[in-house]
Design a protein around this ligand. Structure first.
Ligand code: ZN
Length: 166
């Protein structure tokens, strides 16, 4: 990602709007089918966005449930670093540094994972991952796609995930 143009600014505003409509706490470009290293978040009514993020994580961990807009309605205990420092660019091509703990740190990790093709299911304990795979197979959105003969794709769902979807 090296072109900081109007198209990129439109992508950031599309992502933000889609996240707010869901509603979710964060959203990454690959979740809406755009293969760029861009994501947005909104924690405590403070929206933000980051391009080309690189994360530095604390060794201290946090516990808590996490959900994903690409897996509507599913929430699992997901271990994450307690604190994250993210370096990247804003949509104007200026370097930015975002430092967060707890939920903001969780969102930064969750969204950066999306850019690398990693979903939160991959971060679960073995037991929770097994449960998640069962839940996914039984979920309406998975089965509707199967019946339609479609490959499962990540897409944003209109279902609320208690504000924790990302
Ligand atoms: Zn997600």
């Amino acid at each position: 990602m090296s072109v900081f143009d109007k198209e990129l600014r439109n992508l950031v505003s599309d992502l933000t709007e889609t996240m707010h409509d869901a509603p979710g706490a964060g959203l990454a470009a690959p979740q809406i089918g755009v293969s760029l290293r861009v994501f947005v978040w909104d924690i405590d009514d403070e929206p933000g966005h980051l391009i080309n993020p690189v994360l530095d994580l604390s060794s201290e961990l946090q516990e808590g449930e996490e959900g994903c807009l690409s897996f509507p309605g599913l929430l699992y205990e997901t271990p994450r670093a307690f604190r994250a420092v993210a370096k990247g660019m804003n949509m104007h091509g200026e370097p930015v540094l975002i430092e967060g703990s707890e939920l903001l740190a969780r969102v930064l990790q969750h969204e950066t994972d999306h850019l690398d093709g990693i979903v939160f299911i991959d971060r679960l304990s073995a037991e929770n991952r097994k449960q998640a795979m069962r839940d996914i197979r039984e979920s309406d959105w998975f089965n509707q796609n199967q019946v339609a003969g479609k490959q499962i794709q990540f897409k944003v769902s209109p279902h609320s995930t208690n504000g924790l979807g990302m």
